[in-house]
Design a binder for this molecule. Sequence first.
Ligand code: C2E
Ligand code: CA
Ligand code: CA
Length: 680
Amino acid sequence: MTATLASEADLRAEIAKLKRRLEREKKSRVDAEGIAERGMRALYDKQRQLELLEKVAAAANESTSLNEAIRTTLVQVCEYTGWQVGNSFLAEMGSDQSYQLISTGTWHAVNKDHDYAYDLVTRWKTFDAGQGLPGRALSTKAPVWIVDVVSDNNFPRAELARKAGLKAAFAFPVMAGAHVAAVLEFFSDKAHPEDPVLLSLMGQIGTQLGRVVDRKRSQDQLVHNALHDSLTGLPNRALFLERLTSVIARKRRRPETKYGVLFMDLDHFKFVNDSLGHLAGDALIIGFGRRIADALRWKESDDGPGGSQFASTLARLGGDEFVILVEDIKHGGDVVAVADMIQQLLTQPFMIEGQELFASASVGVIADPAVDVNADDVLRNADLALYRAKALGKSQHALYDESMHQEAMKRLKLESELRLALRKNEFIVYYQPIVDLPDMEVVGFEALVRWNRNGEEIVGPAEFIEVAEDTGIILPLGLWVLETACRAFQGLAEEPGRQQQYVSVNLSARQFAQADLVIQIANIIKKTGLAPQRLRLEITESVAMVDADRARRVLEELRAIGVKLAIDDFGTGYSSLSCLQDYPLEILKIDRSFVNRMRQGDDGLQMVQTIINLARSLRMKVVAEGVESPDELALLKSMGCDLGQGYLFSKPVPENVMRQLAAAPRQEVEEASGNLWMTG
Ligand code: C2E
Ligand code: CA
Ligand code: CA
């Protein structure tokens, strides 16, 4: 019995033990399940967070505006959080340079008919930094959480929130770089303790949305850059043509529409740039642009002079070239008034690098063009008028007329004729003797190009050299002249006892600018076999003044190969003799205009004497150009001029006559050339 009892007790104990074990096992299973479930939960949460981020990232990528991306994000975040209302603000800089939030008008409510929610998000349109929920996100540049807005002490919309039954809220900024671009806020109908995980997720969303702003900004920048000039910030050629094209289209629809174009550039800008440096040149361009822009703005407004209202576009085409499109004018004269205004503006100096600098501009004007023109025509015609204005001298403006177009066509025709002439070998070289004044002996010749047009007439360079220069035809032409002249002098027979005669060849600015100029010349010398000291090159002052450092280097290199150098047309350009002393020049040619002016009296005489004296002090030989009369010759001799060239001795002559002049004694030369020939 006791055994049974004992065993019964044992059994009960055994059962209790078993029960406890089962309990334990059950508990641990439940615990294990709990752990597994929590793990799953965490995984699930992570997944949802990722999904949300992906959706926002996709919206950010596809949206063309921040507002569009915000709209999607508001919906996604409400869906994710299960919260009721989302709202948005854009940050804008106020006149006091501080940022303010302005309602975007884009918001989302789960229950659309919720009047109170509507009030909450639409009644308050602006927030200052630090003010209310969004204002705090703006000033801290970080997410903000409010457990219950109704009891918050910095929530001005508390009453509206209470009516709407909204309690918990958070806001986060959209960051573009270091600046807040926008703020998003969300509301729940329950109070919630701060959720750091959710806030950090919102921080990431803010960054995603910021990318839209960055992208939009860089796109805007690209568009702006494509249409504006980087130096002055003014519209560029593309934008100008766009506006011009649209006004032309408007005139086609309404022919009474009137507009005009001004095409201008600074006079001698290149000189400023080369002598004062590119920075000063840029500063002048910026200053010029700004002055015109300011004046136009003033003139456009009501209180401008004349009171006539119009719209204008000032653009920089490049270099020192500016254009103005003037729209909505009453008559063509209004455009000329703008040209006047521009020249008036330039009577005041510019302050460039602490120095006063006076600038002037030439302006080409086209007023009220015909209906059937296109934008390129208008711009080209305004440019033609500018070309005319330049020809009138500095500080001038010229109005386009049809004859300019004809002139341009003539130039175009000449250009194609010149190219053809080059292929047909229609160019020839004439030579004009250069005479030693004390000895009256021919010491050299200047090579001067001629065009034997269609084998019918001999055309002088005055008629084509400028076009050849503008079009680059001068490059092959100049080389051809050089080679022809070198060849002619290489085999030149000489009268025994005379010094070797040289040939002087003109080098144009365009040729001088060629990077391989020295090599080209060295090659021709080698090819023709002419002794280099028998070659002289004539350059004009302007050639030497453009990029002075390079000019000096090139001239040194030319001298190093044995060629002698002359400055041509001296006195007609800008350079002073003091500039010249830096260059390795041996000969100075006084321009014909000075020689001719000698006859007019003391001033002319004085001028020539000064040049001769200064040249002598620089150890340069002086050639007087254009000596036409025995009087001039006598004066030059008395002033100590070394050499002379002019019709008095001989006109430029073809090569066969040049050979006779070079070889024959003076008396024979006189007869052979048929020209006046002075015998000392
Ligand atoms: P330039 O270099 O000053 O040449 C002198 C010009 O004065 C020549 O005109 C010559 O015929 C002219 N002349 C010489 N003596 C007298 C005179 O006593 N009275 C007058 N009234 N004129 C005189 P041309 O041959 O018509 O050449 C004109 C310009 O064309 C030259 O002026 C030169 O700048 C340019 N040129 C001529 N040939 C070439 C060339 O092969 N290459 C380049 N780049 N330019 C050239
Ligand atoms: Ca010359
Ligand atoms: Ca000359």
